[in-house]
Write a protein that binds this ligand. Structure first.
Ligand code: UGA
Length: 439
């Protein structure tokens, strides 16, 4: 919304939330999320045509277009628990809109939702109408965290799904007019509402599938002495496959991939498509397997015990350039190491507050250290979980000097200079390639 406000100074954008503390943060000097470039965009538009307010009937009544961006987490209760999307916030939003918004207001589904959610929303919003009082559009978001502002300014595509007929067409064109302010026509794709909803889930499923494919191959590489980075480079040079999202690692995290995959799995199960459900479930299973085998390998290399050993965890965010730790592989890795009674010293440039929340209440010794050198001091091993570029630039001779012997680096993202580390004296265990061990 900040980028829309920035690009369209004559459009008034009001961001509302039921959480007033959140709104207060958006109005303050310190935004509630870290996202490169966002501070500048907000600073330019805030107070001009970008406003953050508590939700009131007046704001809803004044709107021509309402974007619904509420969260749709995985259900933690009842039917579909652990799999299906929890749509309670979406439905509550629809009922609030129905109560306060003007007839004709366009409702845009921005949250990632299962197929046919817009249909359900349209039925709630238009239950009393002969015609569509509130045209519902699907306009899924394809930005990735850490590159959100860039992805919004230069997206691969913007997708607008609408219902067939004049009301749907007019609504789709009204929304497209906003994006046309900074995007060429060919970037804007129009589909049916259901295709738009399913395209969003499918894009994430296919991206996650690529990661699980290369991760599955990484284990095979380790067993055969091949190098997964070489394999990935060769595979990716085929234009039909392409080079992106072929980086082996400890697995994907974030608020989207697992949730969206499980959503597809659940949907397929509901429709009786059991083979299809099993196919997509396997993408999630390989991801869990990757984390499990990474921690098993750490244990095996450290002589099958990490009791009381200090382990420096480099990175806790689910990817670099974000403070987001939702479903980060670091959570499962730290839990496993704590079960083995290791002492953890966790360092991350942005995510230590979230890390502390994620690990709160777990028994064991956990330190949160903004300084990576302090985290690694006296450690038996450095375990790199998130490939922040800062970690590449550290002075590993200094880290080695302060480390226990034998000293180990477990590089869960193949982010470091393995040969250089080995020559400094470290034992190096990369992902998907032979370890470099001093005998
Ligand atoms: C993902 C999609 O990339 C976006 O297109 C989509 O809009 C977004 O979900 C969403 O649905 O909101 P995001 O989760 O922010 O974006 O981050 P990604 O860059 O996709 O990374 C996800 C995870 O995959 C990270 O943990 C990353 O480390 C991992 N990854 C990525 C790999 O392990 N290997 C790779 O080659 C690429």
């Amino acid at each position: 919304m900040a980028v829309i406000a920035d690009q369209c100074p004559d459009v008034r954008v009001t961001v509302v939330d039921v959480n007033e503390a959140r709104i207060a943060q958006w109005r303050s000097a310190t935004l509630p999320v870290f996202e490169p470039g966002l501070d500048e965009v907000v600073a330019r538009a805030r107070g001009r045509n970008l406003f953050f307010e508590a939700i009131t009937p007046q704001v809803l009544a004044a709107a021509d277009v309402i974007f619904v961006c509420v969260n749709t987490p995985t259900k933690t209760f009842g039917e579909g628990k652990g799999m299906a999307a929890d749509l309670q916030y979406w439905e509550k939003s629809a009922r609030t809109i129905l109560q306060h918004a003007r007839k004709g207001t366009i409702v845009v589904e921005k949250s990632t939702v299962p197929v046919r959610t817009a249909e359900a929303m349209s039925r709630i919003l238009n239950a009393r109408a002969d015609d569509e009082d509130f045209p519902v559009l699907s306009n899924p978001e394809f930005l990735a965290e850490g590159t959100a502002v860039r992805d919004l300014l230069q997206p691969e595509r913007v997708l607008i799904g609408s219902r067939p007929g004049p009301a749907g067409d007019a609504a789709a064109q009204a929304l497209a007019a906003i994006y046309r302010r900074w995007l060429p026509e060919e970037k804007i794709l129009f589909t049916s509402v259901w295709s738009a909803e399913l395209s969003k889930l499918s894009a994430n499923a296919m991206l996650a599938q690529r990661i699980s494919s290369i991760n599955a191959l990484s284990e095979l590489c380790e067993r055969t002495g091949a190098d997964v980075q070489e394999v990935s480079q060769v595979i990716g040079s085929d234009r039909r496959i392409g080079p992106l999202f072929l980086q082996a690692g400890v697995g994907f995290g974030g608020s989207c991939f697992r949730k969206d995959l499980l959503n597809i799995v659940y949907m397929c199960g509901q429709l009786g498509l059991h083979e299809v459900a099993a196919y997509w479930k396997q993408v999630v299973d390989i991801n869990d397997h990757q984390v499990a085998r990474f921690t098993r390998d750490i244990l095996a290399h450290l002589f099958n015990t990490v009791v009381g050993k200090r382990m420096a965890i480099f990175g806790f965010a689910f990817k670099p350039e974000t403070d987001d730790t939702r479903d980060s592989p670091a959570i499962a890795i730290c839990r496993r190491l704590l079960e083995e009674r290791a002492e953890l010293a966790i360092t991350d440039p942005r995510a230590l507050d979230n890390a502390a929340r994620d690990l709160a209440g777990l028994p064991g010794s956990i330190h949160f250290e903004p300084d990576p050198y302090a985290a690694a001091r006296g450690a038996h091993a450095v375990v790199l979980v998130t490939d922040w570029p800062q970690f590449r630039a550290l002075d590993y001779a200094r880290i080695f000097a302060d480390a226990q012997r034998p000293a180990f680096v477990f590089d869960g993202r193949n982010a470091l200079d393995h040969r250089g580390l080995f020559e400094l004296g470290f034992n190096v265990v990369p992902m998907g390639k032979p370890p470099l061990l001093h005998r």
